[in-house]
Design a binder for this molecule. Structure first.
Ligand SMILES: Cc1cc2nc3c(=O)[nH]c(=O)nc-3n(C[C@H](O)[C@H](O)[C@H](O)COP(=O)(O)OP(=O)(O)OC[C@H]3O[C@@H](n4cnc5c(N)ncnc54)[C@H](O)[C@@H]3O)c2cc1C
Length: 160
């Protein structure tokens, strides 16, 4: 049995795995490889990683985790979870059942594209999710903000 199963191995999940690995906890990270910012060419505002492709940052994080022998990274989807504190079970899409004392849920959010022609193609390029991430890059150009509303899980669009 693991100490912790982490569901979602992107920025949040790998950050959790790093600290748990350093604490010598036995950890399995399940990940389907679809980080939210995969549509962006570059990621901004993260000290030491500014203007790097997001997938490169994650690849580097996975490499660094390799020095922690108690951390296992698995490419699989968690399909269901059951149990209680100290005895959780996670069923994966390849039919495996994994056990852990704790769960860390870091599977992110998924953006739903509105039915506007061209929106999906421009997402992460000229339609950006937040001004802090890409405002500097698009300043002075024709751009839009895709606003994610948690309550409705939908995108709106405001074009300047
Ligand atoms: C276009 C765009 C550009 C962005 N640019 C920036 C930027 O420049 N700077 C910045 O700081 N932030 C940026 N962000 C925000 C950033 O992407 C998020 O803050 C960050 O990805 C959140 O990380 P996370 O680990 O919480 O979730 P995510 O990155 O969404 O990762 C969730 C992970 O869980 C996995 N997963 C989901 N369900 C399961 C399951 N059932 N089983 C196993 N795995 C599962 C997914 O495959 C994914 O790998 C941007 C976002 C977007 C959409």
């Amino acid at each position: 049995m693991d100490d912790v199963i982490i569901i979602g191995g992107s920025f949040a999940g790998l950050a959790g795995a790093l600290q748990l690995g350093r604490a010598r906890r036995k950890v399995t990270v399940l990940d389907t490889g679809l980080p939210r910012n995969r549509f962006a060419g570059h990621s901004h505002g993260l000290l030491g990683h500014d203007h790097k492709p997001p997938l490169d940052i994650l690849a580097q994080a996975r490499q660094q985790l390799a020095r922690y022998p108690t951390v296992k990274l698995v490419k699989a989807r968690a399909d269901s979870v059951s149990g209680a504190l100290d005895d959780f079970s996670v069923l994966t899409d390849d039919g495996e059942s994994l056990g852990a004392r704790r769960l860390l849920l870091s599977y992110g959010v998924s953006d739903q594209m509105p039915d506007i022609p061209g929106f999906a193609e421009c997402w992460g390029k000229s339609i950006v999710p937040c001004p802090y991430c890409d405002g500097f890059e698009v300043a002075g150009q024709h751009w839009g903000a895709g606003l994610w509303r948690a309550a409705e899980s939908a995108c709106g669009v405001a074009v300047s």
